[in-house]
Design a protein around this ligand. Structure first.
Ligand code: PLP
Length: 387
């Protein structure tokens, strides 16, 4: 028997990929599947980004790059952070990584070990908990509540911090709920965190450019008081419809950037060179496509929420960010995962049961409205008939 470390008995995964695999298998059998399961834009990566990556290959950019990413890209990230969050940063603190997920992987490995606590949102992106468990640290869920419009509560978060807490993971706008935490709550949290100077903060802002109804995205980066312990996670996947390119970036504090870089050197050496040139074009080129996508998501969000609220036993708050709706289905009489699976098998609508995002996800399902309005309407119609 080969003996691997105990972490592999605890590591989890993302059920969204299992649902995608099942949906694909059913589609291959000839079923008409509408996929509201996977969290990726259904748009094409804008042409100028694709062209920049092709040109990079033709120009001979096919070798290793610096481990932290090509200098112009790190400078463009700094310029982007200044433009969007009004904060001056040093490109030397930017680490280009193969996807947004990689930053949470590094951060959790950096702080997790048996005997310490890591706080993470529940319901939340499943990889947080999975990686915390892998390291042997204790995962401490921070409840994300519907009655709070799925924003996190500063008070509840601060109450959970103890001497054992090493890392606090925050996510706004949020997956799976679409919740966006308002400025006042974030200010309250930052004020409270000043009493806990040894807690590092990982702020997952991968949906930072996706808010609606005039809701502002408040970056944790805009708070000077915590900058020396803030890891900012962002990337290209969602904003520029680049999920398959595997391009992410993070801003690390001075004390951690070199540790993160070394882990990268050990694992992937550097990120795919032409993809970095594509990412550079994304940040420095026209942003029209981003705005156009957002307008389209906004329209679909309304169709989704209205349609869900018209279903028997279903209520849905209006999400203010990302591209997910997280309706409450507890009055349908179904358990969440059973409903998700029955909807896929019997109606061909793929979506995800709330418990795949944490224990507090029971009673909810997640729909990604990154699909055409026509498909969303067809899916809602099938759900209406089924329920
Ligand atoms: N963080 C959150 C909250 C996400 O929802 C996702 C993707 O679904 C990621 C990070 C990972 O993004 P990427 O595909 O760039 O690794």
């Amino acid at each position: 028997m080969l003996q691997t470390i105990a972490g592999f008995d605890r590591i989890g995964e993302e059920n969204a990929f299992a649902v995608l695999a099942r949906a694909t298998a059913l589609a291959e059998e000839g079923r008409d599947i509408i996929n509201l399961g996977i969290g990726q834009p259904d748009f094409k990566t804008p042409d100028h980004i694709v062209e920049a990556a092709i040109k990079a290959l033709r120009d001979g950019h096919h070798g290793y790059t610096p481990a932290t990413g090509i200098a112009p890209l790190r400078e463009a990230v700094s310029a982007d952070l200044l433009k969007r969050h009004g904060v001056e940063t040093d490109p030397a603190n930017v680490l280009i990584v193969p996807g947004g997920k990689v930053t949470m992987f590094i951060a959790i490995l950096m702080f997790g070990e048996p005997g310490v606590d890591i706080l993470y949102p529940d319901p939340g992106f499943p990889i947080y908990r999975s990686m915390i468990e892998f390291t042997g640290a204790r995962p401490v869920p921070v409840p994300i509540r519907e009655e709070n419009d799925f924003a996190f509560s500063a008070e509840e978060t601060l109450e959970l911090i103890t001497d054992k807490t090493r890392l606090l993971i925050l996510n706004s706008p949020a997956n799976p709920t679409g919740g966006v935490t308002p400025r006042a709550e974030i200010e309250k949290l930052v004020a409270g965190l000043q009493h806990h100077p040894n807690v590092a903060i990982l702020s997952d802002e991968i949906y930072s450019q996706m808010t609606y109804d005039g809701m502002e995205h408040v970056s944790l980066l805009s708070f000077e008081a915590i900058r020396d312990r803030l890891i900012l996670l962002d990337g290209w996947s969602k904003t520029y419809a680049m999920t398959g390119w595997r391009m992410g970036f993070a801003l690390w504090p001075d004390s951690l950037i070199d540790k993160a870089r070394k882990l990268g050197v050990n694992a992937w050496s550097c990120v795919n060179a032409p993809a970095q040139f594509g990412a550079l074009a994304a940040l420095t080129g026209p942003q029209d496509a981003v705005h156009e996508m957002l307008r389209e998501f906004d329209a679909r969000r309304r169709v989704t929420v209205n349609g869900l609220n018209a279903l028997d036993g279903v209520t849905c708050r209006t999400p203010l960010g990302a591209f997910y709706a997280f309706p409450n289905i507890s009055n349908t009489g179904w358990k969440s995962k059973d409903l998700a699976s029955a909807l896929l098998e019997e109606t061909g609508v793929a979506l995800i049961g709330g418990p795949d995002f944490g224990t507090l996800g029971e009673g909810y399902i997640r729909l990604s409205y990154a699909n055409s309005t026509e498909n969303i309407e067809r899916a809602l119609d099938r759900m209406r008939k089924f329920l």
